[in-house]
Design a protein around this ligand. Structure first.
Ligand SMILES: Nc1ncnc2c1ncn2[C@@H]1O[C@H](COP(=O)(O)OP(=O)(O)OP(=O)(O)O)[C@@H](O)[C@H]1O
Length: 634
């Protein structure tokens, strides 16, 4: 159908003609013409909201997205091969979650199948998300059902997600960019989307009714425990506190009410809807077989029910203390002012429960410091280190939060504890926190705020108590300014900030060298180093920090004869770039020292000028002078 025909059909429908379109499409076209005054002859580009607005929408929807995530991923895996993309829109029609093949990114963006795209009817005309918001029903808007000619290649199927109070919270949509197939082929898609929504609503109800009795219902006993059709929650006084959409329909049908009026359902006594007392309802637990858990609804129908008792909160784990502080703190570094200062801070901060943010270039010893903090803290639980940059983005949430049994394909049948729970009673070290995906940041924030962790695909949060130490070699403050790191999470993590200097700025390099020689000594044989090799190490800049030094000593330890490291055993780049501090002599006044003296003399003792000529900063210059035993000229 061409553009002109499409416009003509909409106009005819607007005037009351029947062109054979589904009623749901006809009603939407009329809303577009009459209520929103849209012109079918004027094609509109897809609307994508600004980053700032998108962030606001995503923050508001984050609770739902968190609960829906495993369901969304599962649905996407089922449909991705048929080239569907998946959109979760909030109740304003703004896409807050998107799963699609990144290889056709540009076309999807143009078509509005993208994060931040706005699919409300007033903005986009008849479309699946918009019509779903307007009607509250699952539906398909296929190709020329769309009002706007821009969207007519698309085939979209959407279902509404209701919150536990019966209000529309979001819309789940799967869309095909172009589709040669007939509209009826989307019936299957609608079924898939609707069953995903049912599971999401159930998970949401479970998460929100931890202290209430939950009743799940199914028409057949076989599905009762695995895929119930409806669920409601009931408080200790027997009043309805929440429901899934299926639950709302069931309650409304029981009394001949309209499910669109949830205020007639929420807060009402459950016994108004069922021919059973509260005690009888609470006894429908797994203790009896599903087929024996039959219950009569007031409209005369019979259902099977499953009662889930309110969950008790787990008692908080006392964080016991142990000692180990003095020894641990001495491993921080040598006795030089900067490190002594750091040591003082660590001693004071470690026993508190304040979250600590460690800053420092890569390899400066952030994890080493985090372990020291843990040992000095006296926490009895484990130290669990997580490198957020090393875990693939798709796995980060299940690694951190764990997952419930059967949460996704490939998951262990009995589920798995996440790293956060492993750290219960101890310290969770989040390395490279700046690489944590945005969605994971939101979930982490929630764990820190509530002290509870909800496994992926799970509905029962578990209490956890741990100390968080995080680290990043990137500036989190800059990331917050750029909108890639959550500001609220940033403020939660950086209650105390400790900075580790680059190795080139550490005056305790000789101390570190000695510790690493001890570390790499082979059993029973002390590892030593010749003066020349030592000087070479002391005058090298160590851009890779303590890690590079550690690796260099490990390398030399493997090469050296009779436990003595000579210059020839050091890695080539160290010998090449160390400025020949000392040829193989025992003379501490090597060529490097002579060079420095010469430059200083040429600059009439002006250290800043000498540093400038050598292309190093003044602090480094002073440090080199100290190392090489050169006094400051007067
Ligand atoms: N004070 C120290 N004493 C002895 N060894 C140290 C010290 N600091 C760091 N190291 C060693 O240096 C190496 C690198 O340290 P660590 O892994 O803690 O650095 P990092 O800053 O966390 O690195 P990245 O930013 O790459 O995660 C480790 O092998 C560690 O044992």
């Amino acid at each position: 159908m061409g553009f002109a025909d499409h416009v003509r059909e909409i106009e005819r429908v607007g005037k009351g003609s029947n062109t054979g379109r589904d009623a749901i499409v006809v009603e939407s076209w009329r809303r577009c013409l009459e209520t929103y005054q849209l012109d079918p002859a004027q094609a509109r580009e897809a609307v994508i909201v600004s980053q700032t607005r998108l962030r606001e929408h995503r923050q508001q929807a984050e609770d739902l997205v968190r609960i829906a995530r495993s369901g969304l991923e599962r649905l996407y895996r089922q449909v991705a091969q048929q080239n569907y993309v998946l959109l979760l829109s909030d109740r304003q029609g703004v896409t807050v979650e998107f799963l699609g093949d990144p290889s056709f990114n540009n076309n999807l963006r143009k078509a509005g199948l993208y994060l931040g795209s706005e699919w409300s009817e007033p903005r986009a005309g008849t479309c699946a998300v918009g019509a779903c918001i307007a009607t509250g029903e699952a539906l398909t808007i296929h190709q020329t059902d769309h009002f706007d000619i821009t969207h007519t290649p698309l085939s979209c199927t959407a279902a509404p997600i209701y919150d536990t109070q019966g209000s529309l919270a979001a819309v789940l949509d799967i869309s095909l960019l172009s589709s040669p197939i007939l509209k009826t082929s989307q019936n299957m898609a609608r079924h898939l989307v609707s069953s995903t929504v049912r599971r999401i609503e159930l998970a949401n109800l479970m998460a929100n009714s931890r202290h209430d009795l939950v009743l799940r219902f199914a028409g057949a006993p076989e599905f009762l425990d695995v895929d119930p059709e409806a669920a409601i929650s009931v408080d200790g006084a027997g009043r309805i506190t929440g429901m899934t959409h299926g639950g709302a329909r069931l309650l409304a049908a029981s009394r001949g009410l309209d499910w669109r009026m949830p205020e007639l359902l929420i807060g009402q006594p459950v016994t108004d809807f069922f021919l059973a007392g509260l005690d009888e309802l609470s006894s429908l637990t797994r203790a009896s077989l599903p087929q024996d858990r039959r219950i009569a609804v007031r409209d005369g129908s019979l259902l099977f029910a499953h009662a889930i008792e309110p969950q008790q909160r787990t008692a908080s784990v006392p964080l016991a203390r142990s000692s180990g502080g003095p020894l641990a703190i001495s491993r921080l570094g040598g006795s030089v002012p900067a490190i002594d200062n750091l040591r003082r801070k660590v001693t004071k901060l470690a026993p508190s429960r304040l979250p600590i943010l460690l800053q420092g270039e890569t390899g400066t010893g952030k994890e080493h410091l985090a372990r020291i903090v843990h040992e000095v803290s006296g926490l009895s639980g484990r130290f669990v280190a997580v490198n957020c940059a090393a875990i693939p983005e798709q796995l980060i949430e299940s690694e951190l939060f764990g997952y419930a049994p059967g949460a996704f394909t490939g998951a262990l049948a009995k589920g798995r504890k996440g790293l956060i729970e492993e750290a219960d009673g101890g310290t969770l070290f989040l390395d490279e926190i700046g690489d944590m995906p945005y969605a994971g940041q939101s979930r982490l924030l929630r764990v820190l705020a509530e002290g509870e962790v909800l496994p992926v695909g799970g509905s029962a949060p578990r209490k956890v108590e741990f100390r968080v130490v995080s680290a990043s070699h990137r500036s989190l403050a800059d990331m917050v300014a750029a909108g890639t790191f959550r500001e609220d999470l940033y403020y939660r993590l950086n209650a105390a900030v400790l900075s580790l200097p680059p190795l080139a700025e550490r005056d305790d390099l000789p101390w570190l060298l000695d510790r690493l020689l001890e570390k790499h000594a082979k059993e029973g044989l002390p590892l030593r180093i010749s003066t020349a090799a030592r000087l070479m190490i002391l005058s090298y800049r160590w851009p890779g920090n303590v890690r590079e030094l550690d690796n260099a000593i490990a390398f030399a330890a493997a090469l050296c004869d009779e436990g003595v490291i000579e210059t020839a055993d050091l890695p080539d780049h160290v010998t090449r770039l160390s400025g020949n501090a000392a040829e193989d002599t025992n003379d501490a006044d090597g060529k490097d020292a002579a060079d420095l003296r010469a430059v200083l003399a040429a600059c009439k003792g002006n250290v800043s000028e000498a540093a400038r000529r050598l292309g190093i900063d003044r602090t480094t210059m002073h440090r080199r002078m100290r190392r090489l035993g050169i006094d400051r000229p007067h």
